[in-house]
Design a protein. Structure first.
Length: 127
């Protein structure tokens, strides 16, 4: 995954932040939303595209309105998109099925016998 190419393909939308902040927040469009179009990307390999589409869909988006600065929110939103892409493109190893060990089988059976004895002792003797 080529991070610099991905950064250049991210589109931004700006709007006014919600919450407190006085006149600065009411007048400035500091909220940044980063959008990354997976299908149109030249930075991802076809295998990576397939993984990202399966996990995140055709458009990866992240918003940031944490800071007063539009530039800083833009950086935060970009980092969030990149983190989502990193997670989605990770190749997970398949789990290999294993048989239970002899000791684990014995422990399970011992526990079943112990529970059975406990329940047997709880039964009333007038049956």
């Amino acid at each position: 995954m080529d991070v610099e190419s991905i950064r250049s393909e991210i589109a931004f939308r700006f709007s006014r932040s919600s919450g407190p902040g006085g006149q600065h927040a009411q007048k400035s469009s500091t909220r940044a939303e980063a959008l990354f179009d997976v299908e149109e990307s030249a930075a991802l390999t076809p295998a990576e595209k397939k993984r990202v589409l399966a996990k995140l869909g055709p458009v990866v988006r992240a918003a940031a309105q944490d800071e007063r600065s539009q530039l800083r929110n833009r950086e935060l939103a970009t980092d969030r998109v990149l983190e989502q892409l990193r997670e989605a493109t990770k190749v997970r190893r398949k789990r290999r099925a294993t048989k239970p060990t002899t000791a684990s089988k014995e422990r399970r059976l011992d526990e079943k016998k112990r529970r059975g004895r406990t329940k047997q002792l709880r039964r009333s003797t007038e049956d």
